[in-house]
Design a protein around this ligand. Structure first.
Ligand SMILES: [Zn+2]
Length: 291
């Protein structure tokens, strides 16, 4: 069953041979070097989630790339006029756990989809209350249900990156991690017209490679503040209570719209969303951690 429960003892594979060779092309190397981070020939250093909040990235929030494919890693030299490079987030050492600058504003996130059995119902509820959310999709699910991705985008939701097939990234080589992330960004870009700005590692299994590659692909790492643990199917009432108990400014809520029976997640949303709105909360799908 898919879920994003942090795995105990998640460990990177230390000293993968030939890892350096996976940094193909001067572009990525140059980007990483320019950011002051070292190259990839170090053991993975997984970070369990939740962890202490990362420091905000310096400077103003990143702006959108000028065109839909600008996030891709490209050579920095070539013929013709200088190509505008994407604004790339700083390489973090831990994922973001909550948003800042929020005044009774929260973020709802749904992972592992889209799944037509549940995502459509979640979209319907969000539409009913005119609320925007973030969907961390898996590429293989998005490829199977492209209309749902377009519906998300049409409704104003953010379509974000949750890898292609939901692997435990800390067990993969750097090049395999990159394929998981980049292929998903490519598909989202192709389907909704813009690439993801946020990346979430399955199971909360992060390491330095995930932070570096996510950054190089123009994405910030986002974890969560409140885990509904809905994948354990605790009953919709328990999910509701967890969300209401955890509500607060800048809080990021983790739920799932795929990976198992998500009827309880669907039902819980119908209960906690109007209650939070009545309590004065607003919801957004932020492009940066400042909402
Ligand atoms: Zn997941």
């Amino acid at each position: 069953m898919k879920n994003d429960e942090p795995l105990p003892g998640v460990a990177g594979l230390p000293g993968l041979p030939g890892r350096r060779t996976l940094l193909r092309g001067a572009a990525l190397f140059g980007l990483l070097a320019a950011a002051g981070c070292s190259s990839a020939d170090r053991p993975g250093t997984p970070t369990k989630t939740p962890t202490p909040a990362a420091s905000p990235a310096p400077g103003p929030p990143a702006s959108r790339p000028q065109n839909a494919s600008a996030y891709r890693l490209r050579p920095m030299t070539g013929m013709g006029p200088p190509r505008e490079l994407p604004v790339r987030p700083a390489v973090r050492a831990a994922p973001i756990l909550r948003m800042t600058g929020a005044d009774r504003r929260m973020v709802l996130t749904f992972d592992d989809g889209p799944d037509p059995r549940y995502t459509s119902r979640i979209l319907k509820t969000l539409r009913q209350y005119d609320v925007r959310a973030m969907f961390f999709v898996c590429g293989e699910m998005a490829e199977a249900h492209p209309d749902l991705l377009r519906q998300m985008a049409d409704d104003g939701h953010a379509v974000e990156n949750h890898t292609w097939s939901h692997p435990e990234l800390t067990r993969l080589t750097r090049s395999a991690i990159r394929r998981q992330i980049e292929r998903t960004s490519d598909l989202v870009d192709a389907l909704v017209g813009e690439p993801p700005r946020w990346f979430r590692a399955p199971y909360g299994a992060w390491n330095r490679d995930t932070f570096e590659l996510g950054s190089a692909l123009g994405m910030e790492p986002l974890a969560w503040t409140v885990d509904t643990l809905d994948w354990r199917e605790p009953g919709s009432g328990t999910i509701v209570r967890r969300v209401l108990d955890g509500a607060g400014p800048g809080v990021v809520v983790l739920s799932h719209d795929a990976g198992g029976d998500r009827s309880q997640s669907v039902q819980a949303l119908r209960v906690y969303l109007p209650r939070l709105l009545d309590a004065g909360y607003e919801f957004s799908a932020p492009r940066s951690m400042r909402i």
